[in-house]
Design a protein. Structure first.
Lengths: 228, 181
């Protein structure tokens, strides 16, 4: 069939023609055109059964959003020397979350004091001997970058404060006070690379993509990272 | 819902690193992108992966958006290409099992299609189409997109879309057999 005839038959089947006379004449005069028209109508009628919206569930939407930010954050944290497979990055990031989660549970069980040794090992300055709030320790640029990445993860929902750590809330608040970090509240706590941190956000804020974040070394109760 | 102009503004903000704008774009388009992926891939889990990959690609390429089409159409194009990639990678064969989304029934179509078995038959027939024909039929006849938009989404001329839709329907009817059999 010629192109014009094909378009005519399709338009007739779709009901788009104002004047159907030419198309009707075509299918009346040609068995092939008639068969083609009937096939178009049959297919269109059948496809109606599949029309209508298909929706993701709310949990699927949440998981997708979380996974996308995880991949993006993981991409930020790896050197851009070669192209990475997003699925692999997601795997690394997910594994990291489990490791961090596991370490966090361990830190909760051991209590805040357990982080002190870790911070000493890293060379972060502890609380001063006279008990005054500690100063922000000097960290290497690598450490700052690492903490910045962790802050991004926290902002994008990977390191959320949950009820599981509610029992430790008083300890976390005291640690912020000791660090001289006033006007902030503990959002959660986590461990990374053998270090335990308190994650803090401004008191009036809920954690989100634009929320300033501060991190306090849980062992020394000193500010090690601050966005603002 | 956002208008096409608002979408374009949001995408411009995404290109500048605004994550909230990207979240808004996802919120607006995720169900339709997912629907297209599910209809092309016929597997919910794979369609979810394709939807995620679509938005990741969109985020990375936001700065390349020229505004030659609506953002939604641009997203469809990424989605369809993502689905093609998945089909190529996995060399997926048409599904024989009953897809999860058969639970969905359009009330208006219930009279025309009396049973789930018949819907399964239609889905199987659709999944037996070559991917290029399937994508054209899904966008045109199921998503209800205008042919020029389908052309933009698939990156092919309108004439080619008409041909693919026509031939796709003909093959579909062939797979389904006689209308009243």
């Amino acid at each position: 069939m010629r192109r014009h005839q094909v378009e005519l038959i399709a338009a007739l089947a779709e009901g788009r023609l104002e004047d159907e006379s030419e198309a009707r004449a075509l299918i009346a005069s040609s068995p092939r055109a008639k068969a083609a028209y009937e096939a178009q109508v049959h297919a269109l009628e059948s496809l109606k059964a599949l029309s209508g919206p298909l929706e993701m569930t709310e949990s699927e939407k949440s998981a997708m959003q979380r996974d996308i930010w995880t991949v993006l954050t993981a991409e930020k944290s790896v050197p851009a020397t070669k192209e990475r497979n997003p699925s692999a990055l997601l795997g690394y990031a997910t594994a990291g979350i489990f490791v961090i989660g596991g370490l966090f549970v361990a830190m909760n069980l051991l209590g805040p004091g357990s982080g002190a040794t870790a911070s000493m090992d890293m060379g972060v300055r502890s609380t001063t001997e006279d008990g005054a709030p500690s100063q922000t320790p000097e960290l290497s640029s690598d450490s700052v970058e690492r903490l910045s990445t962790l802050a991004d993860r926290a902002r994008t929902g990977v390191l959320r404060y949950t009820d599981e750590i509610a029992a430790a809330k008083d300890d976390l608040e005291k640690c912020l006070e000791d660090a001289g970090l006033f006007g902030y509240k503990p959002e959660g706590a986590f461990s990374d690379g053998g270090m335990a941190y308190v994650l803090a956000v401004p008191e009036e804020s809920e954690i989100g993509p634009a929320t300033p974040i501060a991190m306090v070394d849980r062992g020394s109760c000193s500010v090690v990272y601050r966005d603002d | 819902m956002t208008t096409p102009a608002q979408d374009a503004q949001l995408l411009a903000r995404v290109a500048e690193g605004d994550h909230e704008a990207f979240t808004e774009i996802m919120r607006t388009h995720q169900d339709r992108v997912f629907g297209v992926c599910l209809r092309i891939l016929a597997d919910r889990e794979t369609a979810l992966d394709a939807t995620q990959d679509t938005f990741l690609t969109a985020l990375r390429k936001a700065h390349q958006f020229q505004g030659n089409s609506a953002v939604g159409t641009w997203l469809y194009r990424i989605a369809v290409n993502t689905c093609y990639d998945i089909l190529r990678r996995t060399k997926r064969r048409p599904t024989e099992s009953l897809p999860d989304y058969l639970d969905f029934v359009d009330p208006a179509a219930e009279d025309a299609v009396a049973s789930a078995a018949h819907r399964h038959e239609i889905l199987t027939a659709l999944n037996n189409l070559p991917p290029e024909f399937r994508a054209a039929v899904v966008l045109s006849d199921i998503e209800g997109m205008a042919l020029p938009d389908v052309a933009l989404a698939l990156g092919i001329p309108v004439g080619t879309v008409k041909s693919r839709v026509f031939r796709g329907r003909r093959l579909l009817a062939l797979h389904l057999g006689e209308p009243n059999s």
